[in-house]
Ligand binder design. Structure first.
Ligand SMILES: [Zn+2]
Length: 143
């Protein structure tokens, strides 16, 4: 269990069950890989991180620095982000495909359709060109 995020947070479960329902088989939290990815798809040599928007500083409304102990939070989140960057780089050097699903794609008003989510993941996994994919909720409300 990581100190910065629970091993079975709800957003992660949402992604896992959507993938499972679509026939994907995976392993969880392989600690021998950089960043201990939340979901590992060995068949595709791909990993998925389900990131909390606050902890990983997503550029979306879910990221707000708390009013108190700002310095503490900023330095904590900065070091999370630095670690994220290093892990992603290491995984790409090991030729893993990397997918990041942001919490805002899975929760609240910005939640996206799970069928669409799985489809985007599927397309990336089956293609050969793309090595990196981020899926987030729409930042601006669509009119
Ligand atoms: Zn977000």
């Amino acid at each position: 269990m990581s100190r910065i995020r629970g091993a079975n947070t709800r957003p992660e479960k949402i992604v896992r069950s959507a993938l499972h329902q679509n026939g994907f088989r995976f392993r969880l939290h392989r600690s021998d890989l950089p960043g201990k990815p939340d979901i590992v798809l060995p068949k595709y040599h791909a990993v998925i991180f389900v990131n909390g928007c606050f902890w990983h500083r997503h550029d979306c409304p879910r990221f707000k620095i708390p009013q108190t102990r700002r310095r503490f939070w900023l330095s904590k989140i900065d070091s999370n982000c630095e670690r994220d960057r290093a892990n992603k780089k290491a995984l790409r050097e090991l030729e893993w495909k990397v997918i990041v699903v942001w919490e805002c794609a899975l929760k609240g008003r910005t939640k996206i359709d799970l069928t669409g989510l799985v489809k985007r993941i599927q397309q990336m996994l089956n293609g050969s060109a793309r090595r990196y994919l981020e899926i987030a909720g729409p930042i601006r409300p669509r009119s």
